[in-house]
Ligand binder design. Structure first.
Ligand SMILES: [Zn+2]
Ligand SMILES: [Zn+2]
Length: 110
């Protein structure tokens, strides 16, 4: 809406937020998920993922999730393609969609 709306990170944040409801639904099904889960991803989540992939370049491309510690129960879900960043301490950690879900999933359980 505003003049700063073409900031890619801001656009992606908005898209991600819009998808969060669908994402949390998807998270409930991700339990035994592999990368195949991406094929079943909700349309709204897919839109956010695509927005992220087009908005994000360079260092963002690789998922930096510490899978075995961040979400040990779902450590196999990582697809390595970062679509978002999560604030961890003072650093932004790039995460792929499955890892983002898995981390949220782990926190909900925790
Ligand atoms: Zn991970
Ligand atoms: Zn990952």
């Amino acid at each position: 809406m505003g003049g700063s709306a073409n900031d890619p990170a801001r656009q992606f944040a908005a898209a991600w937020e819009a998808a969060s409801d669908a994402l949390s639904e998807w998270a409930q099904r991700v339990g035994d998920a592999t990368n195949e889960a991406l094929d079943k991803i909700e349309p709204a989540v897919r839109a956010a993922v695509e927005a992220g992939r087009s908005a994000v370049t360079g260092d963002w491309r690789d998922c930096r999730c510490q899978c075995t510690t961040a979400h040990p129960d779902d450590s196999g879900v990582c697809d390595g393609r970062a679509v978002m960043a999560r604030r961890v301490g003072e650093a932004d950690v790039s995460l792929c969609a499955p890892c983002a879900v898995a981390q949220g999933f782990a926190e909900m359980k925790g």
